[in-house]
Design a protein. Structure first.
Lengths: 88, 192
């Protein structure tokens, strides 16, 4: 689809503005100037460091690195995600 | 037309990933490169010319010339196959990268057009069914999978405390699927 040059330049301008705003928000405002706010934002987006998803991911990678079979590691990770505890 | 087109969304999404975790960004980039290499090798072997490579917020799009359904099916499945091969190769040494590679393969194998799984399903359907029936079946599958995916993303975000990331990711995928279906509906209007 062809656009008029003026529209294209406007789109390029707003895209650049958006990139600058996103980069400054992510690295300057949130991360550097207000580390606590950055941490809270990161937690809101990616979840708690001890959330079920992150625990499941860690379980899977740890068990794979420990030499467990893929299906056993996957089962263990699934149990962590669902919230089941192994009955020992 | 430029062969490499980078939308502002691509660096923005990479910056976003880097802000979340530099390691995650690195592994995802390696996974994407390997996945796209799989597609490129298959396209080269099938002798399908590549018109453009588009880097977008929701991933990479390889624009090719029209080809047969069988070749398109092979080329679509080559990406997830490359991701699985990378995952298996790095399973013991770099398990984080391996798991992310498997996740990339799994997401791309979802039967949602224009993801690889949806592309492969569309080719299979159009090979065995009349075009109208095939497109209708694909639409029903897409709606069902999109609904399930959003429910799963909400469950993981809310009940498993995974933050808003799963919902963001599901919305990005929905945008990609929606954009393609709008293009398809425009194309069908033009045909009429």
């Amino acid at each position: 689809m062809e656009h008029k040059p003026a529209k294209r330049y406007l789109a390029a301008f707003f895209s650049t503005l958006y990139l600058i705003a996103a980069a400054s928000l992510l690295f300057t405002v949130c991360g550097h100037c207000y580390p606590q706010l950055g941490q809270k934002l990161r937690q809101a987006v990616a979840g708690d460091a001890h959330s079920a998803v992150q625990e499941a991911f860690s379980t899977l990678t740890d068990r794979l690195e420990a030499g467990d079979g893929f299906s056993a590691a996957l089962r263990g990770s699934y149990e962590v995600l669902i919230g089941e505890t192994a009955a020992d | 037309m430029k062969r490499l087109q980078i939308s502002p969304g691509f660096p923005a999404s990479m910056l976003f990933l880097a802000w979340l975790s530099l390691d995650l960004c690195r592994w995802v980039l390696i996974g994407i490169v390997c996945h796209e290499l799989g597609h490129l090798i298959a396209l080269k072997l099938c002798r399908v010319p590549i018109c453009a490579v588009r880097l977008r917020a929701w991933g990479v799009v390889l624009v090719t010339q029209e080809t047969s359904y069988f070749k398109e099916l092979l080329c679509a499945l080559a990406g997830p196959a490359a991701s699985i091969v990378l995952g298996v190769a790095l399973l013991r040494s770099f398990s984080h990268c391996a798991v992310i590679s498997f996740l990339l393969a799994a997401v791309n194998l979802l039967p949602l057009y224009p993801l690889d799984g949806g592309r492969a399903l569309r080719c299979l359907l159009l090979m065995v069914l009349p075009p109208e029936t095939g497109e209708r079946v694909l639409k029903i599958v897409t709606i069902a999978v999109c609904s399930l995916m959003m429910l799963l993303a909400c469950w993981v975000s809310i009940l498993r405390q995974a933050g808003l990331l799963p919902i963001f990711a599901a919305l990005l995928l929905l945008c990609r699927v929606g954009e393609q279906s709008i293009q398809l509906s425009f194309a069908s209007h033009r045909k009429v």
